[in-house]
Design a protein around this ligand. Structure first.
Ligand code: PLP
Length: 511
């Protein structure tokens, strides 16, 4: 049973503009279908729905699906509540997320809460968005009368590819092809992808690194010959990229929902401010928390946690974004990133919607790899954000510490957040209740987690790591992971990067 809530009152209809051209104004369906604005900017809502205390209180009584439908509905008012409900209720199910609360909260100790975002099909938080996006995309495409099959191309360094495959698997009107670097993903990530099920999916290894895969996908999107061959087959390319508004929107939902859950369980009182710590890479997840704050959720500080690729820490602390630095490979690989695309949306907001200024910064970034924001933007950043980072040693220490003190096992990405939160408390003395975004299941990184706890990596293979971690965590391993070991390998193809167009045509039956 879903409780229907009265519609959020936005007053005006929801339109989206571009961070690089405020003259753009499109409906949600258009923003989601296009993915990126023609001027190269990102789509942002022209206004945000406001949640009053009463609405938050009412939402507290509802389940995840109803909360989500309400919030998504307010941002996508070109769809009916029934349409949105039908999408959302197929996605956030016990079957897919193995828990009724979808994003359960684990109370680590007094005032410190783990928001577990990894109970979905691929055990990483990206599922929350990538399960809903395909449905939002096909609904949008139908609304706009496109009528063509959407072909999703993804280049992945691991987590995104699998989450996209699971999200698009057997979604009518879509096909998905994922390319991964042959020697550039972990054995668990590879296993997850090559055993992927579904009739509309394809996976191929690239002889090269992630950049080769990414460059190949980018080239395919603008390859005129390929585009016309697809059109002949009534197909078109579409993107599940993390800059698509349809990926950000579902992430706003869980922060609002988490506040409701803390309220419902009497952990906070209505109106009490909480801090939120987010292990950050592309700045998508923490930006969603920023939007939740702007919508009225009482949030004190948003704490941005980075690994050794600490470009965001420096930016938040100094106002200078400088990607000219050495790229580090870490044990929290999904945060190994030097250009955080979603930051552009924050700049747009904090500059008071100054599209020319944002374009200037982004051009500068492309030209020199560096830009410095003005005083007003810096002040805005200081009001909402705090930033810190830790290296792999600090990450391992946090995993060990959390395990020894609370018998809780967390993954390396989440551990970065824990480490940085400790630094925050030490430096500021702020003891407000705090939500830590826990972004992956420790079982996805079992080898590194065991090494952190025991001081050395155990002998054996992935399956043995999982067994060892089960006995440490005293919880069963997620079925999404254990069942992979019994599944047949479906995809063994690999190709040179220059052969990607041919591979795509073959996979689509167009050759
Ligand atoms: C993608 C990812 C992140 C980083 O999230 P962003 O939205 O890119 O900042 C953190 N942790 C895990 C496990 C991830 O997969």
């Amino acid at each position: 049973m879903h409780i229907l809530l009265s519609s959020l009152e936005t007053g005006i209809s929801m339109r989206y503009t571009s961070t690089r051209n405020s003259g753009v104004s499109v409906a949600a369906s258009e923003a989601i279908c296009a993915g990126i604005s023609a001027d190269g900017g990102l789509f942002v809502p022209e206004s945000l729905p406001w949640l009053s205390y009463n609405q938050i209180k009412t939402m507290t009584k509802a389940d995840y699906v109803s909360r989500c439908a309400e919030i998504v509905g307010a941002f996508a008012d070109d769809f009916t509540h029934a349409d949105i409900m039908s999408c959302v209720s197929k996605v956030y199910t016990r079957e897919k997320f193995e828990t009724d609360s979808i994003t359960p909260i684990y109370e680590l100790c007094d005032g410190m809460y783990m928001l577990e975002l990894w109970h979905g099909p691929t055990c990483a938080f990206k599922d929350l968005a990538l399960q809903l996006l395909p449905r939002l995309l096909t609904m949008s495409s139908q609304k706009l009368g496109r009528g063509r099959t959407s072909v999703i191309l993804v280049a992945t360094s691991g987590d995104t590819g699998k989450a996209a495959l699971e999200g698009f698997r057997d979604v009518p009107g879509t096909k998905i092809i994922v390319f991964y670097p042959e020697n550039g993903v972990s054995s668990m990530q590879k296993l997850q992808m090559v055993t992927q099920q579904g009739d509309n999916v394809d996976v191929c290894a690239i002889k090269g690194n992630f950049d080769d895969a990414q460059a190949g996908v980018k080239a395919a999107f603008t390859d005129k010959n390929l585009i016309s061959r697809l059109a002949d087959g009534n197909m078109e390319f579409s993107s599940a990229n993390s800059i698509n508004w349809g990926r950000l929107l579902p992430q706003i939902v869980y922060y609002i929902s988490a506040y409701c859950d803390l309220l419902r369980n009497d952990r906070i009182s209505c109106g009490e401010h909480i801090n939120i710590v987010v292990p950050t890479g592309n700045f998508g997840n923490i930006l969603a928390a920023y939007y939740a704050k702007k919508m009225g959720v009482p949030v004190g500080k948003l704490i941005c946690a980075s690994n050794s690729n600490n470009v965001l820490t420096d930016f938040i602390n100094t106002g200078v974004y400088d990607r000219n630095r050495t790229f580090s490979t870490t044990i929290s690989p999904s945060m190994d990133i030097l250009v955080s695309s979603n930051l552009e949306r924050l700049l747009y907001d904090l500059s008071g919607c100054d599209d020319a200024r944002v374009k200037e910064y982004m051009d500068e970034l492309a030209r020199t790899g560096r830009y410095q924001v003005d005083e007003a933007i810096k002040t805005g950043i200081d009001e909402s954000f705090w930033a810190g980072w830790c290296d792999d040693e600090g990450t391992r220490a946090a995993i060990r510490d959390i395990y020894e003190n609370y018998s809780y096992v967390c993954d390396p990405h989440t551990a970065v957040a824990v480490n940085v939160y400790r630094q925050y408390m030490e430096k500021t003395g702020d003891t407000a209740k705090t939500l830590i975004a826990s972004t992956a299941s420790p079982f996805k990184f079992a080898g590194d987690v065991l090494e952190a706890i025991d001081g050395e990596k155990p002998a054996g293979d992935e399956q043995r790591y999982i067994d060892l971690l089960v006995s440490k965590a005293m919880t069963p391993a997620p079925r999404q992971i254990t069942r992979l070991f019994d599944m047949p390998e479906r995809f063994s193809a690999s190709c040179e990067k220059d052969a990607m167009p041919e591979y795509i045509l073959g996979a689509l039956g167009l050759r």
